[in-house]
Design a protein. Sequence first.
Length: 716
Amino acid sequence: MSDKEFNEPPSATAGALDLNRRQFLKILGGGIIVSFVPVFAGDPPEALSAAQPRLPEDFNAFLRIGEDGRVACFTGKIEMGQGIITSLAQMLAEDLDVPLGSVDMVMGDTDLCPWDAGTYGSMSTKYFGPPLRAAAAEARATLIELAAERLGVPKNRLQTSSGVVFDTDAPAKRVPYGDLTKGRRIEKQLAEKPPLKPITGFTISGKATGRTDAVEKVTGKARFAGDIALPEMLYARILRPPAHGARLTDADTSAAEKVPGAQIVRDGDLIAVLHASPDEAARAVDLIEGTYTSPKTGLNDENIFDHLLGVAPPGAVLAETGDLQAGRGIASKVIEATYRQGYVAHAPMETHTACANLDGDKVTVWASTQGPFPAQREVAAALNMPLQNVRIITPFVGGGFGGKNRNRQVVEAARLAKLTGKPVQVTWTRGEEFFYDAFQPAALVKIASGLNASNRIVFWDYHVYFAGGDKAPTFYDVANKRTTAYGGWQETRRAHPFDTGPWRGPNGNTNTFARESHMDVLAAAAGEDPVAFRLTHLQDKRMLRVLEAAGSAFGWSKAVAPSGKGRGVACVIYKGTHVAAMAEVEVDTTSGRCQVKRVVCAQDMGQVVNPEGAKMQVEGCVMMGLGYALTEMIRFRDGKVLDRNFDTYQLPRFSWAPKIETILIENPDLPPQEGGEPAITCMGAVVANAIFDAIGIRFHELPISPERIGQAVKRS
């Protein structure tokens, strides 16, 4: 969030569907204002296809060029570490012709920023960036028209540079952008939409740029929801059930009431202790004795896959080519296997946090959320308030990965603020974060496949349970193939003992693990090198290019696995981004520990807005992906989450960090594609394949923990 303050209270909220355009624009004050809405080529992304409330045309974002020459971009997107606060500003600055340092990104404030469905799916740059560029180009063209009037010269003689319009015939005749507004609000409609700046003319976009929020974050100046401190604010701790499905039948609060300064609040299902000290609130809530009915589901992390097969919905064919029976008929080798992945927690460093303040009939909540506008609706419903009386402000968010799309803590803080009449902060403990997490769903994949006498894949019959979607169909060249899905992560609540939801690369991690592991199984059965085997089954030119680039950088030499070298490969096409990853591992068969020593990742993501930011995203994907590949899995019994902190749920550590080399394939003719998720989906498979190459043991279930490696070595 920019340090720039925009505090004038609005007379209407951007989230309200009956928004009055004039009222909203009034709060922006003077300057040149350009409004725009993203337009999706073809169908909108899967996550947006559900019937979300739609605002009137031109109400998805605003640009304002102020009298001081600064440019503000108002957007409902939020910054949670992915770097769009920098990359979006680069795209805006490029087509507006202003210095990057003059751009303020005003993000995630429902009173100032027009409605947005949320920040997720690695979609901000791909879908929000192009219309942002178009708006910047329109603003620049408007400035040229105004300058032509001011300077008395034809438009075709005017150019722009660094926030100034000048006469190419007389460069001394110039006017800064800010001088063209003079404090007035100017809304100007152009007869024709101006063209975007050609890539060959880029000086900001496409250049490696340091994060614009870096200094704030490394110096501690950056504000997160937990940094909000208001006069007379109380810290809340809430009584939680011991298991999912447990119901409270009685609660003895007498001991907690004796803690000096403690205030006990009970409102239906909500029992909380509030105190001026967070430590005292925590001590008091531990003194409450709750009695619960305990669920007996019989489900645990060992039998969950059998359960999922039993409750799976009917299958839906996602993709089909050729004739499976015909393919089986010409197969000389038929190979079948099942691949599994357990529940994985989001585990962000910042737990769910919200600070709520009631002021008359209005409430403001500072929230750690990926969806401020959905949070606004939830709070309005919980407090029975008009939508325009609820303001959600999203400061920096300390990690989300898909796990902060739900807003329980936001509603809790708002309810408690209304009940007490004082500002209230709710900050979840690490145990609460694990308990209420919407985990990546457990899922499994069954594959039947066959090779002919020439070692070509002649059929591919793929069945995925609870990870269906656009990541499931294979991109390899197989004449007879079919992909059948039995539920996706969006449809899984009835199948699981707790909430599940999108986890960085939803569906992609499970499907890439299964597909790329099975490709290695087939390569070994064919007696071929796994990279060469893939190359013979690829026609996609972009994928061929990234795989060859990864192999060249890695120094891959042909060998049939297991070769003892500990090398692995995995590929993915993820929402328009093509990735090939290669890894080298070392496995200690005594301790079972796998050390990933090196990872090379080649990625074609179209135009690269910020190469430095893109590399950071890939490196983050690699490190985070090592977790689900090697250690991360939630253990549970009868609705009880057994892993509630990092003593038993092990995240990747600094000592795990391999040497990471990122290769960004130049493809400037393709608009920017996703960058925050594709590479992570390769990590389970590339590690599994490298472990097989090292010790000759194929693992069909993630994570490949030291315990599982040790047990497998003993059995071998």
